[in-house]
Design a protein around this ligand. Structure first.
Ligand code: GDP
Ligand code: ZN
Length: 308
């Protein structure tokens, strides 16, 4: 029996990296009848066992239990889900405060989803070369706000090469999914850290440019010093819709921590007296931006809370 990691899957064929060798594998037929609602029973990142077959291919006979996974709906209307990647060590969320400006509400919603999947997240603030003095000050504030939530935050510039060493160190030896809105620099980062992949990433960007809804298959790329990175266009599709309202507070680590001191154990931090979260907001300990996102996700609108 051979063991390996699925690095690419295109429907019926799965490329398995087994000790550095790539083997094209099929899935043993019996896997299909287990009534899983996923469109793909095998996902990138899966640890699998396979047998070599006479035609030089492999036959996957067993998939190890997944440590974690990220999913998206196959289509907006469908209840079927597609597993984008499994067994991730972390998600790197790349954002920019200018050209384009990533809305912080997007960041917060994204981080809630990643928390719900129990996957560590790091925040990369790119394009600092473009920031004037006001944006630089705002950048420090944004960094502090996410560090208060205990995320690792790196201010970086691919153009200037700022803090690229820290980014490499964070990615080294780990399996990381990179996410972020279009235009923040994900492709540029992958090109920089995975030399030799130029063609692949160029293909991804031309797909973006044409705006066609071509099916793209998730694929993980090896980093020269060990570890893998996966650029998952569909990762934006996962939202907070499946999370129960009373769980949202659990997925804001800063709010969750502060809520220890709320008067009511089931405080929603919206209207209750003795709310430590709202008090922390008033005192400037918790950034209003984080609180606003929390309240908006919880209540579905702005203006139902009041922080003076
Ligand atoms: P993606 O959509 O997230 O993959 O973003 P791309 O990697 O395609 O980058 C979008 C644009 O931003 C390209 O024109 C890049 O050259 C540019 N870009 C990437 N990083 C930086 C940076 O650090 N500073 C500046 N000024 N531009 C950058
Ligand atoms: Zn509270």
């Amino acid at each position: 029996m051979n063991k390996g990691i699925v690095v690419k899957t295109t429907g019926s064929r799965h490329t398995v990296n087994s000790g550095g060798t790539l083997i094209s594998c099929r899935l043993k037929g019996s896997f299909r009848i287990r009534g899983i609602r996923n469109t793909n029973p095998v996902a990138v990142g899966d640890e699998v066992y396979f047998e070599k077959t006479d035609d030089g291919l492999g036959m996957i006979t067993r998939i190890q239990d997944r440590k974690n996974y990220i999913i998206r709906r196959a289509t907006n209307l469908s209840r079927e889900t597609q597993i984008l990647a499994s067994n991730l060590d972390q998600v790197a969320l790349m954002i920019t405060l200018e050209a384009p400006e990533t809305p912080l509400e997007f960041v917060d919603r994204f981080l809630v989803s990643v928390e719900a999947y129990h996957i560590p997240a790091v925040v990369l603030i790119n394009k600092t070369d473009l920031y004037g003095s006001q944006k630089q000050a705002w950048c420090k504030e944004v960094k502090a706000m996410y560090e208060f939530a205990r995320y690792r935050v790196i201010e970086m510039s691919l153009t200037w090469g700022t803090n690229i060493a820290s980014v490499r160190e964070i990615l080294s030896g780990k399996f990381t999914a990179i996410a972020g809105n279009s235009g923040v620099g994900k492709t540029s980062l992958i090109n920089l850290i995975c030399p030799g992949l130029q063609l692949k990433t160029a293909a991804v960007s031309s797909y973006h440019l044409t705006g066609k809804h071509t099916t793209t298959y998730p694929e993980m790329f090896p980093l020269p010093g060990g570890g893998f990175i996966i650029d998952t266009p569909g990762i934006r599709g996962f939202g907070v819709t499946d999370i129960e309202k009373n769980e949202i507070g659990l997925y804001f680590p800063d709010i969750f921590r502060l809520s220890n001191d709320c008067h009511f154990y089931n405080c929603t931090h919206i209207h209750e007296p003795g709310c430590a979260v709202m008090e922390a907001c008033r005192q400037g300990i918790l950034h209003l931006s984080r609180y606003r996102s929390y309240a908006k996700i919880l209540t579905g609108s702005e203006g139902r809370y009041r922080i003076d």
